[in-house]
Design a protein around this ligand. Structure first.
Ligand SMILES: *[C@@H]1O[C@H](CO)[C@@H](O)[C@H](O)[C@H]1NC(C)=O
Ligand SMILES: *[C@@H]1O[C@H](CO)[C@@H](O)[C@H](O)[C@H]1NC(C)=O
Ligand SMILES: *[C@@H]1O[C@H](CO)[C@@H](O)[C@H](O)[C@H]1NC(C)=O
Ligand SMILES: *[C@@H]1O[C@H](CO)[C@@H](O)[C@H](O)[C@H]1NC(C)=O
Ligand SMILES: *[C@@H]1O[C@H](CO)[C@@H](O)[C@H](O)[C@H]1NC(C)=O
Ligand SMILES: *[C@@H]1O[C@H](CO)[C@@H](O)[C@H](O)[C@H]1NC(C)=O
Ligand SMILES: *[C@@H]1O[C@H](CO)[C@@H](O)[C@H](O)[C@H]1NC(C)=O
Ligand SMILES: *[C@@H]1O[C@H](CO)[C@@H](O)[C@H](O)[C@H]1NC(C)=O
Length: 372
């Protein structure tokens, strides 16, 4: 009898909690993969990448040609998934964000414009992808920017009786931004907890052809150094960020190397630069085609929980459905909020990796009885 009484509560808790989990993906403005091509049943949030502030007014700049894209983007995705605007990105100016964050008038102009643009185009939230704050002052300023941004979002929501916009940030793989092997800067953890809905941790690009040694670009573990997903995610939690505000990044692309000696092809093998693909990068779907066409050897490395392939002198490190399933289980063991992918258009046409992530996340929640 008691058992039956408990059951409905159990399901209620599972459902309530799982709906707030994050399964996100970034969409880089591109003609080849329109927003209509995104399978919205696999995601809860889709990020538009990217908008940038104007460097004189500090307001979010929406070129006329972009306005139509933004409108199509939100109209296509809602209501199945929540669209967010991501501001910044790898190619944006760190100086510009530093100038905005350090000046009260600039912060106000910037914050005001982000809310107005998000509302004008029907977005559910805004994201800051500042790569990266480079001084202790800039880290403090970032914390101040988040405080004022949250206050403005709350006041706009109450003035308009609307649901507050989401506020997130895309951040470095670890809580300490490394300037060198010995010097680092800590992110403003207190402000992150108080003011952000969650952070997207870029737990990838940990190895690449910029160093002449092969290595997993987003290996879960690393027996030789701290360049691992495990170290990075745990560092955020050790640093004090609430685990339910941490979202794990997963790459849908590979990094490639050209081996010095094709017969030395393990992890840590010497290389002489980038391998196949533009600048030593390949989309996951291209890797699978490449492996098939060249008959490449595919190796699962248990120590790092990563996969690589080699063929002739080409070496490719990546994540596939198997490694992603392991990482999703890992994220749940740390009680994280969810995961995000970089980026739409790079998975296989039938969304093999994204589907595996969703299934693994759902399966783990069910097996743990909603403990997540
Ligand atoms: C989208 O994903 C869902 C869930 O995995 C799947 O059932 C559906 O077939 C997919 N649709 C397309 C068009 O790929
Ligand atoms: C500001 O942006 C304009 C237009 O993109 C550019 O020409 C100019 O060099 C930028 N100024 C600074 C200080 O970055
Ligand atoms: C951009 O659009 C606005 C409003 O539709 C229009 O007034 C303005 O002239 C346009 N600017 C350019 C550069 O096309
Ligand atoms: C940054 O610029 C490079 C080179 O122009 C381009 O290949 C890449 O897609 C850009 N990345 C983002 C995130 O916009
Ligand atoms: C932004 O500033 C404009 C002009 O002062 C104002 O009309 C608008 O309400 C402000 N938006 C927010 C979200 O505060
Ligand atoms: C890894 O990080 C820990 C704690 O942050 C530090 O004590 C240790 O020296 C680092 N190890 C390496 C190999 O850098
Ligand atoms: C990698 O190897 C190539 C070829 O030997 C060399 O030109 C390049 O400088 C090396 N890069 C690094 C980062 O060591
Ligand atoms: C692998 O390549 C063969 C021959 O080129 C092709 O017929 C097959 O469809 C490919 N399989 C996949 C999964 O790409």
């Amino acid at each position: 009898m008691l058992r039956f009484l408990f059951l409905p509560f159990f399901f209620l808790i599972t459902v309530t909690r799982s709906t707030s989990d994050i399964k996100a993906i970034y969409w880089l403005q591109q003609p080849l993969f329109p927003p209509q091509a995104i399978n919205t049943s696999l995601f809860t949030h889709v990020y538009y990448a990217f908008l940038a502030p104007n460097n004189a007014t500090y307001q979010l700049h929406v070129p006329n040609s972009t306005a139509a894209t933004l409108a199509t983007f939100t109209a296509t995705l809602r209501p199945s998934v929540a669209p967010l605007i991501s501001i910044g990105g790898a190619n944006s100016s760190s100086d510009l964000f530093a100038a905005i964050a350090s000046n009260a008038a600039a912060r106000a102009a910037f914050i005001n414009s982000t809310i107005d643009v998000a509302r004008a185009f029907g977005f559910h939230g805004v994201d800051l992808d500042w790569e990266f704050p480079r001084t202790a002052d800039e880290m403090n300023d970032l914390g101040q920017l988040f405080r004022e941004w949250r206050a403005a979002i709350a006041s706009e929501a109450s003035a308009t009786s609307r649901k507050p916009l989401l506020l997130t940030a895309t951040v470095y793989f670890s809580v300490d931004y490394f300037l060198s092997e010995t010097a680092s800067l800590r992110y403003p953890v207190g402000s992150i907890n108080d003011n952000l809905d969650w952070i997207n941790v870029m737990s990838y690009d940990l190895n690449g052809p910029w160093s002449n040694l092969t290595g997993p670009p987003a290996g879960l573990f690393n027996p030789k150094s701290n360049a691992s997903v495990d170290y990075g995610l745990r560092s955020w939690i050790r640093g004090g960020v609430i685990p339910k505000k941490v979202v794990m990044g997963l790459p849908l692309y590979a990094r490639t190397w050209q081996l010095l000696d094709p017969s030395v092809h393990g992890i840590g093998a010497p290389a002489v630069g980038a391998g196949t693909g533009l600048d030593g990068a390949m989309a996951l779907f291209q890797v699978l085609e490449y492996n098939n066409e060249t008959g490449a050897n595919v190796v699962y490395d248990k120590e790092t929980a990563s996969v690589y392939s080699y063929s002739g002198s080409n070496w490719v490190g990546y994540d596939d459905p198997v490694t992603v399933a392991v990482k999703v289980g890992f994220a749940q063991s740390l009680y994280l909020r969810g995961y995000f992918f970089w980026a739409a258009g790079l998975d296989t046409s039938d969304w093999k990796v994204s589907t595996q992530a969703l299934n693994s996340w759902t399966l783990c929640i069910n097996e743990k009885g909603g403990v997540n």
